[in-house]
Every structure is written in C-alpha cells, then in structure tokens.
Ligand binder design. Sequence first.
Ligand SMILES: Cc1cc2nc3c(=O)[nH]c(=O)nc-3n(C[C@H](O)[C@H](O)[C@H](O)COP(=O)(O)O)c2cc1C
Length: 353
Amino acid sequence: MSPIDLTTTYLGLQLANPFVAGASPLSDHLDTVRRLEDGGCAAIVLHSLFEEQITQKETGRIRHMDRLDRQFATVVSYFPEPDVYALGPDEYLEHVRRVKAAVTIPVIGSLNGTTAEAWLKFAKLIEQAGADALELNMYEVITDLDQSGAEIEHRLKQVVQDLGAELAIPLAVKLSPFFTAFGNLARSLDQAGAGGLVLFNRFLQPDIDIRHLAVWPRLELSSSDELLLRLRWLAILHGRVKCSLAATGGVATPNDGIKAILAGADAVQMVSAILRHGPSYFTLMRDELRRWMESGGFGNVGDIRGRLSLAKTEDPNAFERAQYIRTISGWSSWLGYQAYTRAHEDDEPTPPS
Ligand SMILES: Cc1cc2nc3c(=O)[nH]c(=O)nc-3n(C[C@H](O)[C@H](O)[C@H](O)COP(=O)(O)O)c2cc1C
C-alpha cells in the first residue's frame, strides 16, 4: 500500500501536514519554537506585533493619544507599558530572523492593529526579515455607533489591497465572524488579493465582577465547542474562494482537526491545545490523522479536504436554514418529552405523539 500523504498547501507554502502553531507566546522563545518543529508542527505563526507598540515607539502616541497628555492619561493607561510586550518592534524583526534560522518549517509573521496607517510599513520589514508569509489581524470591537459595517469592510479591503501590492510574500487575514454577510466580505478580501483567510479570531469577553463592581477581561483557553462556528464557515467558503483557508479556534483533539479539514481547511491552527498538552501534541494530531485516513482508505489530504463542504456535501441543508428549523423543532419536542417523562415518572413512559 502506498504511504499516506499528509502534505498540504497553505498560502502557497508546502506544509508537511495541516497542523500549524497559531499566533501566541509559543513562538516567543527559540527553544519552544524548536520543540514545536520537533513535535511535528508544520508551520509557526509568530506572536503578533501590535500597532500600539509600533506607534508608541515611533511617535510616543497610542491611537494618536500622548501618554503624557493628561486628558488621555486614563485611556492610554489601559494599554501595556512597552516593557510588558515580549518583544519590541526592532526585537520582533530580529526574532523573525532568529526563528527562521532555527527551524526549517515556514514562519509566518503576525501584525495586529486596526488602522490603515504608517505602522503597516512593518509588514515590509517583516518580509525583509525573512518571514515566509504574514498574518494580519485587525482585531477590534467597534464601540463607535457612528461607524457603519460598510466603512469597516471597505477599510479592511483597502488594507489588504495596499499590503498585497507591496508584499512579495502571501498575506493571510485573520477575521472575526461578526460581519452581517461574512461570505461576501470573505469573497471581497479574496478578490482584493488575500492569500488566505484565518477563521476566526476569539474575542476576549469581558466579565463583570459583581462584588467589586468592576469589569475584567477573561482569557480562557478554548474547547471543541468553539469549533462549530469555524466548521460552518469553512464549509460555506471551501471551493468558492480561491485563497487558502485556515481554522483557528476550538481545535482541541485530533478529531477536531479532521473535522476542520473535512469542512475545507487547508491548514489547522492550534494554540490552546498546545498550551495544555505541549508541543508533542502535534505528533498525536498528525499520527491520528494518518490513522484515520488509512482506515477510511484515503491516500492524501486532498481526498478529504472540503469533502463535507457546502459545495460537496450531499445535504447542503446542514449548513442552511432548513437544518436550523429541523433542529430547534426537534429540540422542543425532546424537551417536551423530558417534561412528559418527569410528570409521569411512575408510569411506563411513552413519547408524546
Ligand atoms: C495566550 C494567547 C496569546 C495569543 N496571542 C495572539 C496574538 O498575538 N495574535 C493573534 O492574532 N492571536 C493571538 N491569540 C489567538 C490565537 O492565535 C488563536 O486564534 C486562538 O487562541 C484560538 O485558537 P485555539 O482555540 O487553538 O486556542 C492568542 C491566544 C492565546 C491563548
């Protein structure tokens, strides 16, 4: 029997298998980076360099506000001091060079910001430092009620277009799911030149402390439950955009990884599971994928990628409204059945008709 081929192409880069370390502190130390490669990780996305770090270093301002200006002092104080970041902007570039020299797998730089301003020149500098690709994360919760969805989408598209024209390396865009018509946005970023879409950003959800009447941010590692939203959109987009697709968020087990590929992912990013189990978890992901493919008679990843996507599934309703109606209707009769059995605990239960 011929060996199973786990290779995949993501952002035009040839990967030994689909499993990639997502942007996180996992990439901050060369020792960990080497352990990720030894563990079977196929590519590494570096921890982000933030717009706020860059503007603070270059202009002394964060979001055009001066730390020393008393009227902005409170707002600006919520942003970290420069020494809180693992790496400053110049160190980041040096780190890209060092990581590239330390491993043979592709290294993807990461920029994280919100505006289409001068800080984006770091994209070119990251390319010049040797990154194989760049991931752009425009993480923002829009609290300004005057900003329309159209404006935000236009800005995003413009940034992708501008960076695409400037960079020789591929550009991936890490997105949030909170757009009215996500499919339309995905297609317009594809057309604007994005090499890949990374689905989805996990937003920090601030919680409320009722004892101290305070709001505090919570960062919890993910679980498989979060994968479902990613599966849906991977499945909807697979085969309908020409750029690569990556899953991020909720890939906790080998089965989750297989599901993401079946939905349509070219690459599967992982952070929480690796923080929990360590870099050698990539070996398990890879070996279990191989074992599953072998047992199903699949010879290469291309045989399974997108096999359960909207375009290919025998039941496209699974991703659309019909399934929603069927499921919630089924759920209410199940609840009805439970209430019925509770009320008739001593009787011989028979389901309601
Ligand atoms: C501690 C930590 C740091 C992270 N730092 C970044 C970052 O710098 N840039 C970024 O785009 N995403 C960052 N993320 C998000 C991850 O890349 C990933 O998208 C998210 O954790 C969902 O994947 P998971 O379910 O495998 O954890 C971070 C996540 C964690 C847990």
